[in-house]
Design a protein around this ligand. Structure first.
Ligand SMILES: [Zn+2]
Ligand SMILES: [Zn+2]
Length: 153
């Protein structure tokens, strides 16, 4: 099988007024310091709305990485609300689109999920927004308390 995460939406493109449900697991490659030990849970409804393919639902995945400041383990659950509208291809000509999410009547759930997660997780990897990081002199994790270098001057 080329892709197990493709959804055939020919029936929608033909003018169907039903909703297709997606409940899949999508494996994600590591990127930008994040890795994804378990596949993302993707729950979507897909329907035709005003000649556009409307994709709505949620993507949930646990992202893991090392904190950019203290190198500690970071586990961050990502919850993405999906509300996308995709334009079906009108002609045979391949559009100069950078995405392959929707090609013909084939909606690539895996590619869509990757793009959503990529655009959500571009921020730095931090164990917490106010992580104090490591002491630049002794290397102690300042989240665990002040080190001996941190005397008042
Ligand atoms: Zn940290
Ligand atoms: Zn120190």
């Amino acid at each position: 099988m080329a892709s197990s995460n493709a959804l055939e939406i020919g029936s929608l493109l033909a003018g169907g007024h039903h909703t297709l449900r997606v409940d899949e697991r999508v494996k994600l490659e590591p990127f930008e310091g994040w890795s994804f030990p378990e596949p993302a849970r993707v729950q979507l409804s897909v329907r035709l709305a005003h000649r556009l393919i409307e994709v709505a639902g949620t993507v949930d995945v646990l992202a893991r990485g090392s904190c950019d400041r203290c190198l500690g383990d970071v586990k961050q659950p990502m919850h993405i609300e999906v509300d996308e509208r995709l334009e079906p291809e009108s002609a045979q000509d391949a559009p100069l689109s950078e995405t392959n999410v929707l090609v013909g009547s084939r909606l690539d759930i895996a590619d869509l999920t990757r793009q959503l997660v990529d655009s959500t997780a571009t921020f730095a990897v931090l164990c917490s927004p106010d992580c104090s990081g490591l002491c630049q002199y002794c290397g102690q994790n300042k989240n665990d308390g002040a080190c001996t270098c941190a005397r008042e001057s």
